[in-house]
Design a protein around this ligand. Sequence first.
Ligand code: 3HC
Ligand code: NAI
Length: 708
Amino acid sequence: MLFFRGENIAMSEVIGFELRGRLAIITIDNPPVNALGLEVRQGLISQVDRASWDEKVAAIVLIGLGRTFTAGADIREFDKPVQEPHLLSIIDHWDTIEKPIIAAIHGTALGGGLELALGCHFRVAVQAAMFGTPEVKLGIFPGAAGTQRLPRVAGLEHALELIVLGEPISAMKAFQYGIVDQIIEGDLLDGAISFAEKILEEKMPRRVSSQPKQGIGSPDDFKDIIQKYRDLASRKMRGQDSPHQALASVVDGLEMPYEQAVLKDRERFPICKDSDQSKALRYAFFAEREASKIPGVGKNISARAITNGGVIGLGTMGQGIVMCFANAGIPVQVLESSQEALENGIKNIQQNYQGMVDRGRISDQEMVNCLDLISTSTDYSTVADSDLIIEAVFENLELKKDIFSKLDSVVKKGAVLATNTSYMDINQIASVTSRPEDVIGLHFFVPAQVMKMLEVVRTKYSSNEAIATGMGLAKIFKKVGGVAGVSHGFVANRSRAPMVREANFLVEEGASPAQIDKVLRDFGMPMGVLAVSDMSGLDVSWRMRKSLAHLHDDEERYPYLADRLCEMGRLGRKTGSGWYTYGEGGTVPIPDPQVDIIAQEVAIETGIERRQISDSEIADRCLFAAVNEGAKILEEGIAYRASDIDIMWQYGFGFPRWRGGIMYHADKTGLPNVLQKVEEFYSVHGKLWKPSELLKNLVASGSSFTQG
Ligand code: 3HC
Ligand code: NAI
């Protein structure tokens, strides 16, 4: 590789060079996140070399401009051929530079960003900075010697924590782990300059993170720690290869000399990068960011400020939503129909927080702070000044309309009025108010304080500002927002309902709940679909079927078995049995031979022929039913993009991220294959399987849902 000497310096648009006394200040300026694309790498190598050859320079400070140090490699480059200089070559080269290089870190040092910082000889950071190696979440592992250098700097256990699990840590923790040499109070650059002067004055030797060059121990010495992270990877990232590849890379480096381990990494890295899992995870990364881009809601539309919130109804969902407000530090006023309901709800919230304290997730003081933010009342005037109110009462249209007209009469103008309804027509709810433009849906997933998805429902009246406020709330709650139009079940529930439907029918036809759920768990879902139904309660859909009975189309197949279970009082976990049996207060689904007997009876009554059903039919029926519905949702303009559906499945239903999402999965399967199955099921099972026009058109034109 060519390194630059003296005057032959190529200027860089993205890497700045400034001489301050005897220090060279080198800046990375590649907005928005200073990703380490080709131009940055070229600039870094030339400007650091320039400083190393410049006699006036005694030490080098490397700092990021804008909001961050660097977010790592440019992920968009992963689909292109690798171009030198590779980040690894730069970092290895810096080991040989005699002048101390100090990384000054704010924002994030993630992935290649942390590896770059490890290639510097010292690291200082502001307290708010975050450090991490999230590569496993992209289906890869730290590919610029992070797996070799981090264990040398932070010790094996801390390195495995970062590298295998991929979660970022705070600057304070990084300091405790030895990754950061000093936390800077006040201005970062000033602090980094003082630090650099100090190390020059004290003639502190450079710390080269590839030292010692020999390995740092035998895997046998660390076998318990290694096993712990192997188990954690299998449990927390079930089905995903990259954490295991990352672990293997670290383990290789224990015995092997640095150079040899790095060479082995260079062979392993492209295999991971080119894997289907990595491609799906990269797709998911960009899909998540795309979901926040809403037609009509440009940068000129700002979200309204939310300094206090309101929640109506303190049942299952209301409790979780109240916790979201409190966790975000926003005072929240809760309204219920009775004092008793309020007391019940608050008791559950307290227990929930206490559980978090007991598990060490929050401190006693944090629990007290959150609880202090919650006020309760049965009087509507108490929500008059709320900036955003979320209604979460029973799923009943008339009740919801009544509540919205009351809210309309008391709540200040400019507040956003939201409903957490799962299925109701929000256009109708909005139209009872004098300000339908301020009404939106905010559909949380259960448990609301945990699940990361927030479906923001746009009615035909919703203003762009109200939608921006809903999406802004998702960010405030540290959730992922996605927009849906009004439709029965909006996007997430509507696209999932056919999966539940097919699972129900499959039991009628001869599959056992355990077989169906196993197929879906093996596919990567965290729980089987029928175990989830039992958890939510089978009566929810039963009630809905009854309320919509007058709309039922006789040509559509009906889930008689699901009704029968409810009629027998088998409502799921809460009654001790449903698709499975649970025993008193139990939560573990136990296969129940009774269900098979009931299914046989229903099959005889309804003329269904029972048979052996293959696992592949179960997978195809459950997954492609959802895909076909997703296509109809797109066709009707209820979702903006197929990738939005995918994000909702990932964050709302735990769809395995390494499969990209339900629509991406369909693309990978090949849409002609999907259509063929949909048509086959249509001919056997009838109307519910009517192929989507969009699916047919995409197949005819050779295109796909997610590849543009
Ligand atoms: N490469 C390319 N683009 C990136 C990027 C990256 N590493 N990180 C962020 N971006 C883009 C986003 O796509 C987004 O683009 P858009 O505006 O066109 O949608 C823009 O930068 C801003 O990103 P966010 O909306 O995510 O901004 P936030 O402020 O919410 O979050 C962040 C910032 C925490 C840095 C977050 O973007 C993030 O987690 N980035 C990815 C970090 C990462 O995974 N790094 C490892 C990369 S792989 C690697 O380094 C391999 C190495 O080992 C060789
Ligand atoms: P829930 O039955 O647990 O709670 C409803 C609460 O509303 C009760 O505490 C009740 O006392 C209160 N309430 C009833 N009438 C009221 C009134 N006039 N004023 C104030 N409070 C009143 O119901 P859940 O499960 O919390 O559902 C609430 C809403 O959230 C529904 O629209 C539901 O469709 C939706 N939803 C439910 C999900 C779930 O999985 N449970 C998931 C996502 C949305």
